[in-house]
Design a protein around this ligand. Sequence first.
Ligand SMILES: *[C@@H]1O[C@H](CO)[C@@H](O)[C@H](O)[C@H]1NC(C)=O
Ligand SMILES: *[C@@H]1O[C@H](CO)[C@@H](O)[C@H](O)[C@H]1NC(C)=O
Ligand SMILES: *[C@@H]1O[C@H](CO)[C@@H](O)[C@H](O)[C@H]1NC(C)=O
Length: 528
Amino acid sequence: MYTSKFIFFSLIFLLLLTFLAPSISSELDLTDENGDDVDGLEELIALDEQEDSQHHEKPSEAEFVSKAQRIVLELNNDNTKRAIDGNEYVLVLGYAPWCVRSAELMPKFAEAATALKELGSSLLMAKIDAERYPKVASTLEIKGFPTLLLFVNGTSQPYTGGFSAEELVIWARKKTGVPIIRISSDAEASHFLKKHSMFVVSLFEKFAGPDYDEFTKAAKMDNEIQFVETSNAEIAKHLFPNIKPTNLFLGLVKSEPEKYTEYEGTFSTDEILQFLDDNKFPLVTVLTELNAARVYSSTNKLQVLIISEPDDFKKLVEPLQDVARKFKSGIMFIFVDIREDNLAKPFLTMFGLEESEDSVVISFNYSSSLKYLLESDTTPTSLEGFCSGLLSGTVSPYYKSQPIPDNKNMSILTVVGKTFDELILNSPENILLEIHTQWCISCETTSKQMEKLAKHFKGLDNLIFARIDASLNEHPKLQVDDYPTLLFYSADDKTKPIQFPTKSSVKELAALVNKNLKAQDREIRDEL
Ligand SMILES: *[C@@H]1O[C@H](CO)[C@@H](O)[C@H](O)[C@H]1NC(C)=O
Ligand SMILES: *[C@@H]1O[C@H](CO)[C@@H](O)[C@H](O)[C@H]1NC(C)=O
Ligand SMILES: *[C@@H]1O[C@H](CO)[C@@H](O)[C@H](O)[C@H]1NC(C)=O
């Protein structure tokens, strides 16, 4: 179906493809395996132990990074099996030297390795150059770049966390038996606050019982937020200042204007996770390549996207936060920098607004697959009106359309989204409609056949030939997923167009047109 949901999935697919594409091309030259015997585990550990005993000055950033890189074990033909089988937990990064995304992730991975080591984690962090060691990479089932896999006693599971160093650490600890940080002193709380800006804080009288079990389960199942527990009300107050006097509490802390959110539900794992899902994003999320996958998968609310220049957005951000606060239970607000083609273009294309230089405000309802456009100028007032309209169902869905063309003396009418009702559905004529797209290769043949048919039937006043470019025009009644498509709309029933086979010859098509016109004549005669 030619719906926004379809386009959205295509969009997500394209996004994933940009992750995977390099690996596809690489498979072509993964011909020989020239991996030689490099340093084994023991050597690496030896390196770790040396640490920077030779450095007396403060290490530079480059030194810090290279030291961190060394904490990450480099897998090769000889050490991989041993590393995977010999450790309870191994987090493997599969990369290719030329892959940009791998290069971006590598320092964060190394930074996370350093942090985890300092925290005494038993997790082994390892990386493998999948181009140099394709056989090993394939036994680990590394298919795209970068790939992150956690091996637990030799069995792998996909990585489901975020991609900053902090998020890597949080996820790794959750999945390796340390899902919660316990804080028992004010000093620890201060130290923790210096390092974390987003976390779940909890207060329990004792760390046991059904409520506590549900809380622990939620901490393990969540993929991105650090959970904290304390049994001291003063410490809880330090972490969550407006806490009411209580001996059972859970709240979410974030680094943004809406910093503190108290949990008011019962202690059940599902409800806690739902609460986090509803509240974990900032009032306005800035879309980046790092969080895109997370944002796209968070489809439980309406999404309103503001696509604009950062300067225009800055002017809007404060009033927008007030709007966002008001609608936060129903709408997720996302800012997209219009200059970032990778992020902004797919959205603008869905609305036919690729060339827009002004702010564009759009919305998606993932349950209904409908999309919406704020058609007036973007101001705090218009935005607020748009949002309440969305929630009350008074904003009409948006269907893209080219401008209305001049069809004077055309043997084949050009139909656009805006004229589909008038020219097709409400027209008293029989219509043969050709539906094509810009990118379809076989559409040209069908277009030529249409020209011939139009010439052949010229002068027949109850038959009209028309065409529509479905890449630039949409209509709720036009649900086609294959191009070209030929639809015959009979004058007496526009609700059930008849699909003509596009692989037919002109002659066969002409015969089909005649047959359908005659069938209609017969019906009219029968009625008389
Ligand atoms: C891994 O295997 C060891 C030894 O059999 C076992 O003690 C440990 O519980 C296992 N770890 C996990 C997370 O299943
Ligand atoms: C989104 O679509 C669903 C399914 O059609 C509908 O039930 C819901 O009311 C819509 N939400 C809004 C806010 O329009
Ligand atoms: C359009 O058709 C009409 C009648 O067939 C004719 O008089 C007129 O000149 C045509 N106009 C153009 C621009 O071809």
